[in-house]
Design a protein around this ligand. Structure first.
Ligand code: HEC
Length: 124
């Protein structure tokens, strides 16, 4: 009888662990990946997550995905609502998109946004 409980506890623990690892909910992400939402942090995150493997940002980057220069100046999204939602979960907006879900926390999204804004502000 006691062994049965032990097996059940281990199974629940494994399921919980897999969930937190594969699809961490937003409060957990915000707790574990809390950053200073500055453009400097954003620049560091863009390198860490390898956004430039696919996107051109400023004067460097790849051509596999849309050029992100000017993205924060889009007139159809002045408050950057779509941009934030996209960074939260690209597949939720466009199922099947090649852009991976990086499971970014809210402050990481703000930092990346601050960096993209700074890049756009530097260009005429
Ligand atoms: C594996 C390649 C890849 C990587 C890495 C990648 N993206 Fe993307 N991203 C895409 C693709 C492809 C699209 C175009 C979406 C579509 O139409 O399917 C896209 C779209 C976008 C858009 C919307 C562009 C628009 O014109 O509306 C933003 C913003 C964006 N990505 C930001 C980022 C950021 C920030 C990172 C790093 C955290 C990143 N991407 C990493 C492939 C990538």
């Amino acid at each position: 009888m006691r062994r049965w409980w032990m097996v059940l506890t281990i199974l629940i623990g494994l399921a919980l662990g897999a969930w937190l690892l594969l699809d961490p909910p937003r409060p957990v992400l915000n707790l574990l990946k809390r950053v200073d939402p500055s453009p400097e942090t954003g620049a560091m995150l863009v390198e860490r997550y390898g956004c430039r493997r696919c996107h051109r940002i400023g004067d460097r980057g790849g051509i596999l995905a849309p050029d992100l220069n000017g993205i924060t100046r889009r007139v159809d999204d002045p408050a950057h609502v779509v941009l934030r939602l996209w960074l939260r979960n690209p597949q939720a907006i466009k199922p099947g998109t090649a852009m991976p879900n990086f499971h970014l926390s809210d402050s990481e999204i703000e930092a990346i946004l601050a960096y993209l804004k700074a890049v756009d502000a530097r260009q005429p």
